[in-house]
Design a protein around this ligand. Structure first.
Ligand code: GLN
Length: 546
């Protein structure tokens, strides 16, 4: 059975529990252990799929098609372990399972209660696949003291009681505020947070303390004394220049060693941090600056495009160059003369998105990038708009549009970008209607694609068969392929059945590519996605032209 590490947070939210969990996962791997990371979220949505990116940041999609919390993206980027649908759960999902079972009569007339029915369901979630790895790292969303989180805390408390001793440990993340007026780090909020945790029966084994400044030994002693935690297990988490230095920083602080020591385990192998040393040295030796404009709809909250901004940074690491991302609102480009503002950028990207707002602005941006030969990448909605722009301005299809933005009387077949209602997944036919629930009705998760030799796409991947993750309802209509190709566009990759275009490109341009999937979801700092490395490479070449 796996050892369980529960990661909780206190004092304030956004302390970096996700990054701490992900870094710990990477460190345990560096010591030869296999890991899996999970997120338990207290909100009542069944999954984050229908939550606005403004509210909750990006929706991270797994290979098996689950729409999950963006922390699963951090986990994957740090450990390279592909997240699965069984790695993410919310209160909403737990409650809906309990209520479904109640309706079916599974509880044989019992009164359904938070304890034991909800907590049992949480424990069932935790036990899935527990034999498959050495370590199961489980992060509890929110902050200790939140009403919504209580059933999760109660469940992990019971879980640790029921398992053999030395099976579970608790890592609690807190904040040590620094008062500049007195030049002091304050430990009181941490003491209160631990007290709160204790009041529900959980004693932390390790405290990870976020602070702006290094934590003096005297303060660590004080925290150890008041919180009843071994001083060696008080781990400092200071601010870092890049999140990718976190594994090495935590290693130096002894986080992984503390975990092993509490569990009475020996390292399986000598810690090998070479991939993180390489990432760190690439970051430190990066030279120059590539400026990328990302034109989207949710640009006010960077978390809405978390994987994307990380993937661009990875592209920079691959080329040992710094990447500066400027987030721009697409609606601004609907006014005449605005695209000129883009001339200072070395590359332009239009990410995925939903709905009509801002789409004409994005089309203007694409036209500008195409005509001015600025390296351009369109992802998902970005690819659909790239095809619309090309159809309208280069292939004489003046009315080209997407069924998503324009409901006319004509059938789906007539749209350049049409609503897909029937497709094949794992040899089974999937059918969706336009009027179904909004949750989980998209082409979701990993689908294989076949790339045509001799295309830019092939030179990027150097492979004929690839698998990438999807999250969309609309597709480029192959009825228009012939017209578009006659006018200079290449359809460079298709789904396995040859029905759904996956990549399009044009050749008389340094880099002008549209992808129907989300390559950013699979990029890692130690394995940058080739599409992002190439985009940054081409953008870098632009900076050298001037
Ligand atoms: N709105 C488009 C669709 O549903 C694109 C989705 C996306 O960009 N993820 O097909």
């Amino acid at each position: 059975m796996a050892k369980f590490v529960f990661i909780t947070g206190g004092v304030v939210s956004s302390l970096g529990k996700g990054l701490t969990s992900a870094s710990l996962g990477a460190l345990l791997q560096a010591r030869g252990f296999s890991v899996r990371l999970r997120k338990l979220d207290p909100y009542l949505n069944v999954d984050p799929g229908t939550m606005s990116p403004f509210e909750h940041g990006e929706v991270f999609v797994t290979d098996d098609g689950a729409e999950t919390d963006l922390d699963l993206g951090h986990y994957e980027r740090f450990t390279g372990v592909a997240a699965q649908s069984t790695d993410s759960v919310s209160s909403g999902r737990i409650y809906s399972t309990v209520l479904e079972r109640e309706r079916k009569g599974d509880y044989l007339g019992e009164t359904i209660q938070v304890i034991p029915h909800v907590t049992n369901e949480i424990k069932r979630f935790l036990e899935q696949h527990e034999d498959e790895v050495d370590f199961m790292l489980c992060e509890i969303g929110g902050t200790i003291g939140d009403i919504e989180g209580l059933p999760f805390f109660e469940a992990i408390r019971q879980f640790s009681q029921e398992k053999k001793s030395n099976s579970c440990i608790f890592v609690h993340l807190t904040l040590l505020p620094f008062l500049s007026s007195s030049g002091e780090l304050k430990t009181k909020p941490t003491q209160h947070s631990v007290k709160e945790l204790r009041s529900i029966g959980i004693s932390p084994d390790i405290l990870v303390c976020r602070s702006e400044v290094p934590i003096p030994s005297k303060e660590k002693e004080k925290i150890a004394l008041f919180c009843n935690v071994n001083k060696k297990n008080i781990i400092a988490a200071n601010d870092l220049e890049t999140i990718y230095e976190a594994p090495i920083a935590f290693f130096k602080e002894g986080l992984d060693e503390a975990v092993l020591q509490v569990l009475g385990l020996k390292s399986k192998s000598r810690p090998d941090l070479s991939i993180w040393e390489d990432v760190s040295s690439r970051y430190r030796s990066s030279e120059g600056l590539v400026k990328i404009a990302v034109v989207g709809k949710y640009t006010k909250l960077e978390d809405a495009y978390k994987s994307l901004s990380e993937a661009l940074i990875h592209g920079g690491l691959a080329n040992k160059t710094n990447v500066e991302i400027t987030w721009m609102e697409s609606e601004e480009f609907e006014k005449a003369g605005q695209t000129k503002r883009l001339n200072k950028f070395d590359g332009i990207l239009i990410p995925g998105g939903f709905g009509k707002r801002g789409t004409e602005g994005k089309i203007n941006v694409i036209k500008y990038a195409r005509e001015k030969e600025i390296p351009f990448l369109g992802i998902c909605l970005g690819m659909q708009l790239l095809v619309i722009e090309y159809a309208r301005n280069c292939a004489g299809l003046k009315d080209a549009n997407s069924e998503e933005f324009e409901e006319k009387s004509h059938s789906s077949d007539d749209y350049l970008i049409y609503h897909l209602s029937k497709w094949i997944k794992d040899h089974k036919v999937e059918i969706r209607s336009k009027v179904e629930n909004k949750g989980g009705t998209m082409r979701l998760g990993a689908y294989p694609a076949k790339i045509k030799k001799g295309t830019m796409a092939f030179s990027i991947y150097k492979n004929e068969y690839v698998s990438e993750r999807h999250r969309h309802r609309f597709e480029v209509n192959t009825r228009y392929q012939e017209t578009l190709e006659r006018n200079g566009m290449t359809f460079s990759a298709f789904s396995q059945d040859g029905m759904l275009p996956e990549i399009v490109e044009i050749s008389n341009h340094p880099f002008f590519l549209g992808v129907q999937f989300h390559p950013e979801l699979k990029s890692k700092p130690f394995e940058p996605h080739p599409i992002f490395s190439t985009l940054i490479k081409k953008a870098l070449e632009q900076t050298r032209l001037v």
